[in-house]
Design a protein around this ligand. Structure first.
Ligand code: ADP
Ligand code: MG
Length: 294
């Protein structure tokens, strides 16, 4: 039989917008000393929009959007959605592409108009061994300083021929959640595949104690492990496919309800309302419930 106190706790949890899949994790939550948040889609809404584009003499803006939206046709990433939407708003038709490939943690690639075209962030261009020059570099630096995500368009001849600046919005509740966690004496960390510039700006905006940027998908769980090896009891909060191993690794894995199925299956607790403040409620509930049991 389910002990009465735990039964009450689970239904209280449900009333507070959380679904408890692992009761031990719920019990451990009262002793947490670090909460690690994924950035995109967790602390931010994850609804990015294109706020700027920089072209070169190679392709004009219309051509850049035809190619980019074509290459992003088969990607489900919100970056892809933002680029497709922006092309549509401009009344630009997508180029037909073949051989679409997702490059995990880097970006995407496809064959467009007879050549291979890549789209992705700083990790991608580093991997390709190319560096943006002149106006693209200046555009990227400014976008980065404004906490915008920069996505580069790279042609087969390994030249960065355009860049997009995308902006995401921090959830209102993120700031309150971090303040409340600090008031409870809990350290807050952030993990992202996004660039150092964007990570730094968001971390500063939210008062995050420690952050890890440009983290490859397969490295996300090692960052959780790193904190655990420092003797910390760690919660991980995330939404993406890439967050699943980190959610599983954490002492308390918290999945965002609107996240991907894989993340939800890896979480001990699911936040049904996608609200980062519910992490605070979860810890309070754990403290209140398990104090009663002792
Ligand atoms: P995160 O959720 O932290 O952004 P991801 O692993 O989903 O991490 O993405 C890592 C990085 O790879 C992104 O920040 C972006 O630079 C690049 N990327 C991923 N998907 C795409 C895409 N469809 N188009 C362009 N760039 C992409
Ligand atoms: Mg994410």
């Amino acid at each position: 039989a389910v002990p009465l106190v735990v039964a009450i706790n689970t239904s209280t949890a449900a009333q507070n917008g959380m679904l408890v899949r692992d009761r031990i994790a719920m019990e451990e939550a009262r002793n947490l000393d670090t909460v690690m948040f994924d950035k995109t889609g967790t602390l931010t809404k994850g609804e990015q929009g294109v706020v700027g584009v920089q072209t070169t003499e190679v392709w004009d803006e219309k051509r850049v959007f035809e190619i980019a939206a074509g290459v992003e046709s088969d990607s489900e990433h919100m970056i892809a959605r933002a680029i497709r939407n922006s092309a549509e708003e401009r009344g630009v038709q997508r180029e037909q592409v073949t051989g679409f490939e997702n490059l995990r943690g880097l970006g995407v690639r496809a064959t467009a108009d007879g050549e291979t075209v890549h789209l992705g962030g700083p990790n991608l261009i580093e991997k390709l061994g190319v560096e943006p020059s002149g106006e693209i570099a200046a555009f990227a630096a400014e976008a980065g300083a404004n906490a915008q995500t920069v996505i580069y368009l790279v042609r087969e001849n390994s030249k960065v021929v355009a860049a997009f600046a995308l902006a995401d919005v921090v959830r209102d509740e993120s700031r309150q959640a971090i303040e409340a966690l600090h008031a409870m004496g809990i350290e807050v960390a952030m993990l992202t595949g996004d660039s150092e510039d964007v990570a730094k700006a968001v971390a500063e905006e939210l008062g995050i104690d420690q952050y890890f940027s440009e983290v490859l998908p397969e490295e996300k769980d090692t960052k959780v492990e790193q904190l655990q090896s420092e003797g910390k009891l760690v919660a991980m909060v995330g939404d993406g496919v890439n967050d699943a191993p980190a959610l599983a690794r954490a002492d308390v894995g918290v999945a965002i309800g609107s996240g991907t199925d894989v993340a939800i299956e890896s979480g001990d607790i699911i936040l049904v309302d996608n609200n980062p403040l519910d992490v605070v409620r979860l810890i309070r509930l754990s403290k209140a419930s398990y104090r009663k049991m002792q």
